[in-house]
Structures are given as structure tokens and as C-alpha cells.
Write a protein that binds this ligand. Structure first.
Ligand code: SF4
Length: 52
């Protein structure tokens, strides 16, 4: 599997996670907010996440 060393990620439940290494395998990801106005880290997420 490809490893994108520009995108570190610890969400190994995601189907795009590189598994053996703590990185994403996608070329790019979409970061989203799920509150009208993001005021802290918890308000942001990876919008490219998909379950395996
Ligand atoms: S798509 Fe997002 S959640 Fe999934 S491995 Fe890549 S960075 Fe992590």
C-alpha cells in the first residue's frame, strides 16, 4: 500500500490508513468542520475517512 508521508494519521480503522505505518495512503484528504464555527481541534475531522 502507498504511504503518504505528508499525511500522518493514527486512525487505523480507516480503509485508507497505511496500516504498518501511521500515515494515510491517499494523495490528498479533505478536512472538514462539523460545527458552524470551529473553535477547537475537536470541531475538525478528516472528511475522507471511510470504514473498511
Ligand atoms: S482518509 Fe483520513 S482518517 Fe483515513 S487514513 Fe487518511 S487521513 Fe486518516
Amino acid at each position: 500500500m502507498k504511504v503518504n508521508k505528508s499525511i500522518a494519521c493514527s486512525v487505523n480503522e480507516c480503509k485508507y490508513h497505511a496500516k504498518n505505518e501511521s500515515y494515510c495512503s491517499l494523495d490528498h484528504i479533505n478536512i472538514v468542520k462539523h460545527e458552524a464555527r470551529a473553535r477547537n481541534q475537536e470541531a475538525t475531522d478528516c472528511g475522507s475517512f471511510e470504514t473498511e
